[in-house]
Write a protein that binds this ligand. Structure first.
Ligand SMILES: C[S@@+](CC[C@H](N)C(=O)[O-])C[C@H]1O[C@@H](n2cnc3c(N)ncnc32)[C@H](O)[C@@H]1O
Length: 222
């Protein structure tokens, strides 16, 4: 799924983002999002980090959750707002122009679920470290973390193949947008170090896309 690098191009044209991402991922991303959000229950409080045009936010709202979607890109948020209005789901969702760096303003232990799709690969290592600590602080005991993102394959062969496929895409994307994504490294390990338990981890055949459910244990202190 190295095509995720091309997301950066789509993000610079948010009105084409949804159609483009469907084509690029051949529907596989939708399936991953459906599986992850099937864990959300009616009335739960959910935070969507890097909600973009609302792919996960809308699914969570459809399951009856009370959702807050945050993103730094106001144009992506504008499209999310339009989609939520069209689906008559706006009353259950709060959208905020807000970055990971501002997670400190969220109340401790205030969410049942924190979720994020394809956003961690756009964060720096420092931002990821900070996000992990903040997600632990703002999740309730027993709360779930649902993450889908591009990752660095564990096997050397897959890393080499992935790198060869990725390189031209990185170059094209950088030339057109002056930005890129970095496949995420060692997020499950980092979460375990912080005391989370990884409940399930599903990797794509190429090992470059992960779908993960992690849990903040009941007894875990802030
Ligand atoms: C590839 S899009 C994914 C959007 C959506 N989650 C989805 O799956 O369609 C990544 C999103 O992360 C947002 N983002 C990037 N860095 C961020 C940060 N530091 N804080 C919050 N959002 C961020 C981008 O603006 C973009 O909307």
């Amino acid at each position: 799924m190295s095509t995720y690098i091309l997301m950066r191009m789509l993000e610079s044209a948010p009105s084409r983002y949804d159609r483009g991402i469907r084509l690029l991922t051949l529907g596989r991303l939708n399936k991953a999002y459906d599986r992850l959000t099937s864990l959300i229950k009616q009335g739960q409080k959910v935070l969507d980090i890097g909600c973009g045009t609302g792919a996960l936010t809308i699914r969570a709202a459809l399951r009856g959750a009370e959702v807050k979607g945050i993103d730094i890109n106001p144009q992506m948020l504008e499209i999310a707002k339009k989609r939520l209005n069209e689906a008559n789901l706006a009353q259950n969702v709060k959208l905020c122009e807000m970055g990971v760096a501002e997670l400190g303003s969220e109340e401790p232990e205030s969410y049942d679920i924190v979720m994020s799709g394809l956003c961690f690969s756009e964060l720096s290592e420092g931002e990821i470290n900070y996000a992990v600590k903040e997600m632990k602080r703002i999740l309730k005991s027993g709360g779930l973390l649902l993450i889908a993102d591009e990752v660095v394959p564990k096997s050397r062969l897959k890393r080499v193949i992935n790198c060869l496929v990725r390189l031209p895409l990185v170059a094209i994307t950088y030339i057109l947008t002056q930005t890129t994504t970095r496949a995420v490294r060692n997020l499950p390990e980092e979460l375990r170090r912080e005391g989370f338990t990884v409940e399930s981890l599903r990797l794509s055949k190429m090992g470059n896309f992960m779908e993960m459910v992690a849990k903040k244990p009941e007894e875990m202190t802030k």
